[in-house]
Write a protein that binds this ligand. Structure first.
Ligand SMILES: [Zn+2]
Length: 49
C-alpha cells in the first residue's frame, strides 16, 4: 500500500510504499523509518501513528 506524506521543508507530496505485514491484532504496513524528499532531498521521518 502506498502512503502520501508531505515534506516538512518544501511540502512536496511524497508517495512512500509500505510493505504489508501481518500483525497479531491486525494487518499493518511496514514503512521505512525515514526517507528523502524527491523534491528537495530533505530527510523526513515517517510519522508513527
Ligand atoms: Zn522537500
Amino acid at each position: 500500500m502506498e502512503f502520501d506524506f508531505e515534506c516538512w521543508r518544501c511540502w512536496a507530496n511524497n508517495t512512500i510504499y509500505g510493505e504489508p505485514t501481518h500483525g497479531f491484532w491486525r494487518d499493518r504496513y511496514k514503512l521505512p523509518a525515514d526517507w528523502n524528499c524527491w523534491n528537495c532531498g530533505a530527510v523526513n521521518t515517517t510519522p508513527d501513528d
